[in-house]
Design a binder for this molecule. Sequence first.
Ligand code: F6P
Length: 510
Amino acid sequence: MANSTSAQWERLKALAKPTLGELFAEGDRLAMLSDRFELEEGEGIRFDWSKTHLDAAHVEAFEALADAAGFAERRAALFAGDVVNPTEGRAAEHTAQRGVGRDESVAQAHQNHARMAAMVEAIHGGAMGEIAHLIHVGIGGSALGPALSVDALARADGDGGGALVDVHVVSNIDGCALEEAFAACDPAKTMLAVASKTFTTIETMTNAESVIVWLRENGVADAYGRVVALTASPEKAIEWGVDETRVLPFSESVGGRYSLWSSIGFPVAIALGWPDFAELLEGAAVMDRHFRDTDGLANLPLRAAFADQYYTRLRGCQTRAVFAYDERLALLPDYLQQLEMESNGKAVTFDGDPVDGPTAPITWGGVGTDAQHAVFQLLHQGTNLVPVDFIASILPGDDLAPEHHRILLSNCFAQGAALMAGQASDDPARAYPGDRPSATILLDALTPMSFGALIAFHEHRTFANAVLMEINPFDQFGVELGKSIAKQIEAGGTSFDASTEALLAEAGVV
Ligand code: F6P
């Protein structure tokens, strides 16, 4: 067995597994597993993990597992800016972007943010002429965070509101995505952000070239004058044609899927204004400090990781579902899919040995109440056990009659109660087995600050899961093979299997 935590896993596997009903009958679940996390002046978030199967015995055994896995040391290394990504020889300094980390990295992030803030304010002030639209091209971590954040925080509401600049995040190489953005933008008032850590990603570079062509064809003589580059490879951006003054750099030690807080967050700052972007960073920093300074079960991301591991490794759950009962968080599952699956979808440990249990489950989800009328049948009566996270905000995002929000929240809480309680019936088709777990994250309000804390919570939860499984969450070699075969196809001259050859020939790709 490869892991140094095998004995702890054996102990965990041997523990009795009481039902949720038994656990609620036994003790004060809320005192143990439901906490309010304070952000500032009365604003907070409730993290209720009481409807999971964590009991005192499992908690104790998971805490011992965390000790054996060196959780405290690995967490200290993360915040110290040490190499925590050994396969690439890199630190993972996304927290430094929020002001929590190695002093030099925090100072560097601060300097980069000052440059970014000045650029945002200059653009709002008219330095590029009238800018009404921003086309942001990027993919993966260079798109998902900006798309989610803008959608969550800069929606138009009943009073107008909305974004200061209309942002379109375009990731797909499929031209349909870019054409949709073109149709919504006035080229005379449009700027382009090219977001790529490496500044080599084929989808992003191809889309960026096409935006330049579109601007030129539509009367913008100095198309490159409308470009801002968001990258950890500034020299490549300059080589591509971006003026050095409009390159917003970030550090190589910030991973792609952890880069929202760096200059990759430029469209968020453009849409919301700098003060709100600064609040987003601060919300994440409050969560960073909690994660860094809290031990054992009281540490909320670590607590969530205990439950995640319980379901994945002790109950064989292959998926976990996330349902935001909030239209503004509709893109959250997409974001979490990259964060969790690209980070922890691994088969080897830090040392390159095979893992001795399953790693990241498949993250999926949607919005409530829509999902109730589509996929919840399986959650309630299907044969798969799926741990569910519900996320909701006490304050509504809309200005309609209060019944909208009341019905939304009632449904959210009803689902968690129903999954847990189940319902017996003489008719097997109408019986609900119950004992199905869920966790609830209840925001006082969806604000830049609570949103920042929510995303940072998930980053740390992902890291804590990786530590418990003894894997490196910061590399992603699994994405490379397909990319390199696509390049071989483009270049021609390589033969593939008969099926692939036939498909290429039929589609006229070669
Ligand atoms: O292919 C995966 C990936 O490397 C992600 O990890 C990353 O977020 C994305 O591609 C985009 O990379 P870049 O920001 O360098 O364009």
